[in-house]
Ligand binder design. Structure first.
Ligand SMILES: NC(=O)c1ccc[n+]([C@@H]2O[C@H](COP(=O)([O-])OP(=O)(O)OC[C@H]3O[C@@H](n4cnc5c(N)ncnc54)[C@H](OP(=O)(O)O)[C@@H]3O)[C@@H](O)[C@H]2O)c1
Length: 485
């Protein structure tokens, strides 16, 4: 049994209360993650998940509802497997704005704890729209559910879902609200990209291999690209998405967090706050956009058919590409190109580090070395190096040194939510985002949104590479988007 399993089974007794238990997130991500963790032996045996919903269910009918709603719970249809998993599930009917619901919840938790005479950690998962956070926190406090047992050193934690704000002002308001009820070390702000195996590998590749760190600066790297390309359209998320757009939905969180991990200095130790401090330096170092920069360094696009799909006139971007800089001595002047969009020709998330060509090359065609970190799918790390083509003369070709997860490991990679849920249960905050990181990212994004309504919206065809203007954004610097081919 691995260290991780042993640790998960050693966790202090815990109750996890899931608010929003009948929602899409719970059905498609959270319940499947709990089930897989349990099936793999990672969920503490005595962990109860108290699922709070408005509808009239018992444990059986709730789980049947979730299995029916979910795209990922086929296995739970088998009665034996379902019965085994049901031991973790408690269903509680309640409303977020009704104090009686929370008084009832207190009794449920108390009754669950009573037979064992143990005190429990209380873990609250706010899997709801942020508009309910205040009400839930207020009600929890009113019901005495934010007090933990100090004698047994039990803790209260809260996990909150994205979106974490709409802009800097709303993010600050949300942080203030949560900090009224919880301390920073109790708040777990999720960014599910942080739970992806390959994102976690970023730090390992950089800091566990002595060959990269000495080269990791503007002196040796020409530019960095981060691409999060999706082939799906907005689908059923149209209403939410139209208010947010690609910049707020993807860049503010996932892309900027990956950027911070790629560029940050090595933390002194692998401790939560030290890692967050280093990421924060990069996020704060991002050069803010002026109105003039916005015109030349940002492209917004929308795929044809988006307005028909969402049923309204809209200038919301479903694609965004931008060139950014980090104003710190190690990175000053080195461009970082970011792009993300929907309804594109392929689904891929990739970070590529483009090293400078050798300043003096003895051979013709010395291409620059490129390191690609493929986050999804076909997770891999590869480094392109120049080699001699066998035969007479000295002709060069670039080939990959590659580490592919599928080739090297038989086991499937754990989905991001499983990893993050387990960290939440175990009280490990390393992969969650601190309030100041969120605010620094919003400040940067605000410098774009402040002036970008004047920017033209470039239309692109569904299933294409995105708008022509995004190609031109990088081409004018004599570079091209990296396609990995
Ligand atoms: N869905 C995703 O894939 C996804 C991915 C990442 C982040 N998120 C974020 O996660 C959060 C939840 O998303 P979702 O898609 O699951 O939303 P959803 O499908 O609309 O679910 C909302 C949940 O809140 C419950 N609820 C609403 N008002 C309530 C009240 N007054 N009392 C008790 N329960 C109430 C709903 O109960 P009823 O069933 O009774 O209406 C439902 O369980 C959002 O912030 C979203 O942005 C979602």
């Amino acid at each position: 049994m691995s260290e991780l399993v042993k640790k998960s089974q050693r966790v202090d007794p815990s109750m996890l209360v899931l608010f929003g238990a009948t929602g899409d997130l719970s059905a498609n991500y959270l319940l499947p993650a709990f089930y897989h963790l349990d099936a793999s032996g990672f969920l503490p045996d005595d962990l109860k998940i108290v699922c709070v919903g408005r509808r009239d269910f018992n444990e059986q009918s709730y789980l049947d509802f979730i299995i029916e709603k979910s795209n990922f719970l086929e296995k739970l249809k088998k009665p034996k497997i379902k019965k085994y998993f049901l031991k973790h599930i408690v269903y509680y009917q309640g409303d977020f704005s009704n104090p009686d619901s929370f008084a009832g919840l207190t009794s449920v938790l108390f009754n669950l704890e009573k037979p064992t005479h143990k005190c429990y950690n209380r873990l609250y998962y706010f899997a709801t729209s942020p508009e309910f956070f205040l009400s839930i926190a207020e009600m929890l406090e009113g019901a005495g559910l934010l007090k933990s047992c100090e004698v047994h050193n039990r803790t209260i934690r809260v996990l909150v879902e994205k979106p974490f704000g709409f802009d800097l002002k709303s993010a600050k308001k949300l942080n203030k609200l949560l900090l009224n009820y919880f301390t920073e070390d109790q708040i777990y702000r999720i960014d599910h990209y942080q739970g992806k195996e390959t994102v976690q590998n970023l730090m390992v590749v950089r800091f566990a291999n002595s060959i990269f760190e000495p080269l990791w600066s503007k002196d040796n790297i020409d530019h960095v690209e981060i691409s999060v390309l999706e082939d799906e359209t907005v689908g059923g998320r149209g209403k939410f998405y139209d208010r947010a757009g690609a910049l707020r939905d993807m860049v503010q969180n996932h892309l900027l967090q990956m950027l911070a991990l790629v560029l940050m200095d090595e933390p002194k130790e692998l401790k939560t706050e030290l890692i967050r401090d280093e990421k924060l330096k990069i996020l704060k170092g991002l050069k803010l956009f002026s109105k003039k920069d916005c015109k030349t360094e940002v492209v917004r696009g929308q795929y044809g058919g988006y307005m028909k799909e969402t049923g309204k006139q809209s200038v919301t971007e479903t694609y965004v590409a931008l060139k950014v800089f980090v104003d710190l001595p190690r990175w000053r002047g080195m461009p970082i190109y970011l792009r993300t969009g929907k309804a594109l020709s392929k689904k891929v998330t990739e970070i590529s580090i483009h090293f400078k060509e050798p300043s003096k090359c003895l051979f013709t065609h010395c291409a620059s070395n490129i390191m690609t970190l493929r986050i999804q799918p076909d997770e891999s790390v590869d480094l392109r190096i120049n080699n001699k083509i066998p035969g007479f003369g000295v002709d060069l070709t670039q080939k990959k040194l590659q580490f592919g997860y599928k080739k090297e490991f038989e086991k499937d990679l754990p989905p991001a939510y499983e990893r993050l849920l387990l960290d939440f249960i175990q009280g490990d905050q390393r992969l969650f985002i601190r309030s100041d990181e969120i605010e620094a990212a919003w400040k940067f994004v605000g410098s774009i949104t402040d002036s970008w309504r004047d920017l033209p919206l470039s239309m692109y065809k569904k299933g294409s590479h995105g708008p022509e203007a995004a190609e031109n954004l990088i081409k004018k610097d004599m570079r091209e988007w990296w396609t990995g081919e």
